[in-house]
Write a protein that binds this ligand. Structure first.
Ligand code: FUL
Length: 476
């Protein structure tokens, strides 16, 4: 080693060491934080719900469990058509009603006599879960299941024995036969069964069973543990929507927190249980020919999008297959129009290329991080700073009426209130304000043309973070 080389190496080591010492530590996670699976789940943003079963053929919303198995007879089931439609519409996964309250199983469950195996569909050899899980894999979608604990067919319902049977039912779906399940949907409904009795559900046992067989699955119920019901079936999360709630002492169904709490979450609460907004594209959950003229309009769907995805919630949009076992052409056309509308608004971020300035905790956390596409690169302020503002100098004046903000949720949800300002003469004037941000907040404001924009974080529970910002124009 010559002396010049060793001098250069020493210098490099010193420079590296000083650079490292100048890089601040990331903020400590704040309060209840999401698991990596919950972050990945939230990033899916929109999934498709498929209500399908005997009700599709009977016209009921709640079958009573006495329907003959042969009523289930799709004439040309095509799960690939569901999956291709879902993918084209921008959904990232499909959740199917594997068993609704009528107890009918869309797979040959060994735990029940009320299944596809007892129907003449495909000679009793059919399995909807198999076909759908394979179709999802082919289309690059995740596969999830709704399995209702309320069972109006099983004669054991209403006795402790039923809880054991329900665990076996879960096992036959979650044991890997259908691959990875990204979400297990637990309906809290607990009505009377065949014998007029109600079941006392063993929720801890049900959740343990899911965790044992599919540890990555996000478990939906009124109170999670993975994600929570948003408190209505109309498609809107609260304008204030915390991903945290207190779950101690609550359980799905009658024992759940008030719907207002489910809708808005609770600031600084003990558990990370983000909201999922389930809503149907039709008036009912199951397909009915009579409801085809009432498929929601693109305008309705855009409103739902803004009030779910745009309010820190995942959207689970029900698109029920028809009696052929296919997505109705009216629904699929509407989905394509919906996707085109979303794309037309969000295709181009009018803030891209802007110069962003504002206080940060230093190198690695600068304000400009809010405009790069790396999810894990974010702006953060110094510990103890609970308010602050970022200023964007746009390359040219832009007209916009939608502002997207994203918090870096792996470190917890922090922002309590913010406002957006544009210059008016020498002053800044407010054009809109909001409370929570979370994974994604889309704020609607009257269209404004500006060449600078200021984002003012007014209050936060801990130093604020943001990893995304967008300005868009919705001409719809
Ligand atoms: C409810 C059920 O009773 C409805 O039939 C539907 O499945 C909806 C998604 O959940 O609790």
């Amino acid at each position: 080693m010559n002396s010049r080389f060793s001098f250069a190496s020493a210098l490099a080591v010193i420079m590296l060491a000083s650079a490292v010492s100048c890089t601040p530590e990331p903020p400590e996670p704040f309060g209840a934080c999401p698991s990596p699976e919950q972050v990945a789940w939230q990033q899916m943003e929109m999934n498709m719900f498929c209500h399908f079963g005997p009700n599709t053929f009977s016209g009921a919303e709640w079958g009573d469990g006495t329907e003959p198995e042969n009523i289930f007879n799709p004439t040309s089931l095509d799960c690939l058509q569901w999956a291709a439609t879902a993918r084209a519409a921008g959904f990232k996964g499909i959740i199917i009603t594997a068993k609704h309250h009528d107890g009918f199983c869309l797979w040959p469950s060994p735990e029940s006599d009320h299944t596809v195996a007892r129907s003449s569909w495909r000679g009793g050899k059919g399995d909807v879960l198999k076909e759908l899980s394979q179709a999802c894999a082919k289309e690059g979608l995740k596969f999830g299941v709704y399995i209702s604990p309320w069972d109006r067919n099983d004669s054991r319902y209403g006795t402790p024995e039923y809880n054991r049977a329900f665990v076996n039912t879960l096992e036959s779906v979650l044991n890997g036969a259908y691959g990875q399940v990204f979400e297990q949907w637990f309906d809290g409904a607990c009505g009377e069964g065949l014998t007029g009795k109600r079941q006392v559900y063993d929720w801890p046992l049900f959740n343990r069973t899911v965790r044992r067989l599919q540890p990555w699955a996000v478990i939906f119920s009124d109170v999670g543990p993975g994600c929570r019901w948003v408190g209505n079936e109309e498609g809107h999360a609260g304008e204030t929507n915390w991903s945290t709630i207190d779950v101690e002492g609550f359980e799905p169904g009658a024992g759940s927190p008030p719907v207002k709490v489910l809708n808005s979450g609770t600031c600084g609460a003990s558990h990370w249980v983000p909201a999922e907004t389930d809503v149907s594209i039709r008036p009912g959950w199951f397909w009915k020919a009579s409801e085809t003229p009432r498929v929601k309009s693109v305008r309705d769907l855009m409103k739902i999008y803004y009030e779910s995805v745009g309010r820190n919630s995942l959207l689970l949009l029900n698109v029920p297959p028809d009696t052929r076992g296919m997505i109705d052409p009216v629904d699929s056309l509407r989905l394509m129009e919906f996707k085109a509308a979303i794309d037309s608004v969000f295709r181009r971020n009018l803030a891209s290329g802007a110069k962003v300035s504002g206080p940060s905790r230093g190198r690695g956390y600068s304000a400009s991080n809010i405009l790069n596409d790396d999810y894990d690169s974010y702006w953060a302020m110094d510990d103890g700073e609970l308010s602050g503002s970022l200023t964007l100098e746009l390359t040219v004046p832009q007209t916009f009426n939608r502002i997207v903000l994203q918090e870096y949720i792996p470190l917890g949800q922090r922002i309590c209130s913010f406002r957006i300002e544009v210059p008016e003469g020498e002053e800044w004037t407010e054009i809109g304000r909001g409370t929570t941000v979370g994974y994604k907040r889309i704020l609607s404001v009257p269209a404004v043309t500006a060449s600078s924009v200021r984002i003012v974080i007014e209050s936060a529970l801990a130093c604020p973070t943001l990893n995304g910002l967008g300005l868009y124009m919705d001409n719809f």
